[in-house]
Design a protein around this ligand. Structure first.
Ligand SMILES: *Cc1c(COP(=O)(O)O)cnc(C)c1O
Length: 473
């Protein structure tokens, strides 16, 4: 692909709001339906035809970028393409059951939930799984509350959670929200857990160590068995952040490495939609000893069919009912369709793709050998500028400036779904952007529908509708 073919460049297009296209005042007659002081007599609406509407939304969609359009190599996010058959399964009218129905009348629903509990337990090497948490971060919080309940039940008052400095920000937040002090662990010069520093950090205050493996640089923690023994010998628990599970899927299990608790990001690893603010799911798996603390309800199989039950010492609820049901349906469909061999194939290709892409780019990758993702560095060029410029070459850029261990990091995770041509497109975008002039980088993106936005104001002072933008002027 060359520069002139940027796939989502729509700089020439301004698509007006529907209300800017047309405002028609219509009379409404709500007499007798609602109290008079709550109703209006007139309403201003866009008076548009169906084709006008269809074109409006199609134009908007063409100003956007998505994983259905091209690669989306955001490191740590595992933005893999979501196969559409999972949507068909979730759209089955039988999937639309009311959550308050009695167990007897929703055996199929409960069977699916039970099946997913079992699939995930098997894939992670865990003994029991709750499907309730609605995201990875919520799964972490749930897992840490379970660790807390476990220690409290043993009258073992512990105040600290150890987390590597390279961990995802949600790990620190989850530990702090559960009331723990966070002990930050430095990395060794190879980018892995520093065993000596870990030794020094562990004490009888250690409630848990949170780790992801491979870590956020894509490096496998080779000393995981030793790490696990160190934590367990001190009476602590080992928590697995499952966001990087795509690297190990079908090949290695956190449970076998000694982890006691883990969350799964089904919207990363198991190809359910991710981003855009839609619902996700962050199921949590635990070893036998912790199963009694899981959130309620869980689903079990009895001689009379499936039933929901409350674990003996449950930490309570972390979400309504069984969790984000339709997301769980999609995860189930994905796992069932791929099977053992398909899951193992996914992780193999995820690792191969990351390694192929890294071999094709001119940027240095300081740490390795890596698995499903790598942290390249843009050296003396600003990583955010290079990323913005990559947009002009028609691809989505990687995660930038994180983890901090690599200066000007470009954390790149192509996932298994990309073919060689698409990886070559990505490499071209990397290399061309990296080699561009300072001016091109500082003014990028110049070929997209939205130019460089003020990210700090957007985060600190969000305006969530065009009306509030209007009001402020
Ligand atoms: C994405 C991610 C999380 C948080 O998961 P969400 O589902 O986004 O809440 C936690 N840890 C790591 C390493 C992640 O990449």
């Amino acid at each position: 692909m060359n520069f002139d073919q940027a796939r989502f460049s729509r700089e020439d297009v301004y698509e007006p709001l529907l209300s800017e296209k047309d405002s028609t005042t219509v009379e409404v007659d709500a007499d007798g339906v609602l109290p008079d002081d709550l109703t209006r007599d007139e309403l201003t609406l866009p008076g548009l035809s169906e084709p006008q509407l269809a074109r409006h939304y199609t134009r908007l969609s063409q100003m956007n970028y998505s994983v259905e359009l091209g690669p989306y190599p955001l490191g740590s996010c595992t933005m893999k393409y979501n196969p559409s058959f999972t949507e068909d399964v979730a759209a089955d009218p039988n999937a639309g059951v009311h959550p308050d129905r009695s167990d007897r009348t929703i055996q199929g629903t409960l069977g699916l939930l039970h099946g997913l509990q079992e699939y995930l337990a098997d894939i992670g090497g865990m003994d029991a799984v709750t499907l309730q948490p609605p995201a990875g971060a919520a799964g972490e919080f749930t897992g840490i509350l379970i660790a807390k309940a476990y220690h409290e039940a043993r009258d073992d008052d512990r105040s600290e959670i150890i987390i590597p400095a390279s961990a995802h920000g949600t790990n620190f937040a989850s530990a702090a929200m559960a009331g723990y002090d966070v002990v930050e662990l430095p990395s060794d010069e190879e980018g892995r857990v520093d065993i000596e520093a870990l030794e020094a950090a562990i004490s009888e205050e250690t409630a848990a160590l949170m780790l992801t493996n491979p870590n956020t640089l894509g490096l496998f923690e080779r000393d995981i068995v030793e790490i696990s023994e160190m934590v367990h010998d001190a009476g602590g628990l080992l928590y697995y952040d499952g966001a990087n599970f795509n690297a190990l899927l079908g090949r290695a299990r956190p449970g076998d490495m000694g982890f006691d608790i883990m969350h799964y990001n089904v919207h990363k690893t198991f190809a359910t939609p991710h981003g855009g603010g839609g619902p996700g799911a962050g199921p949590v798996g635990v070893v036998d000893e912790l199963a009694e603390y899981l959130p309620s309800p869980m689903v079990r199989e009895t001689a009379h069919g499936y039933e929901q039950y409350e674990p003996e010492s449950t930490i309570g609820k972390v979400h309504g009912f069984a969790g984000n049901w339709l997301v769980l349906v999609k995860a189930y469909a994905y796992i069932a369709r791929l099977g053992d061999a398909g899951l193992a194939d996914a992780s193999a290709k995820a690792v191969l793709n990351a390694n192929y892409l890294a071999s094709q780019i001119d940027l240095e990758v300081p740490y390795g050998p890596f698995h499903h993702e790598f942290a390249a560095t843009s050296g003396d060029r600003d990583a955010a500028d290079v990323a913005k410029r990559m947009l002009d070459y028609g691809v989505h850029p990687p995660t930038t400036k994180w983890p901090e261990l690599v200066s000007q990091a470009m954390l790149t995770e192509p996932t298994e779904v990309e073919d060689k041509a698409s990886l070559d497109d990505l490499a071209h975008a990397f290399n061309a952007a990296y080699a561009d002039s300072d001016e091109a980088l500082e003014t990028a993106p110049s070929k997209t529908s939205a130019r460089r936005i003020d990210q700090v104001s957007a985060a600190r002072n969000p305006r969530l509708s065009w009306q509030s933008l209007d009001d402020s002027e």
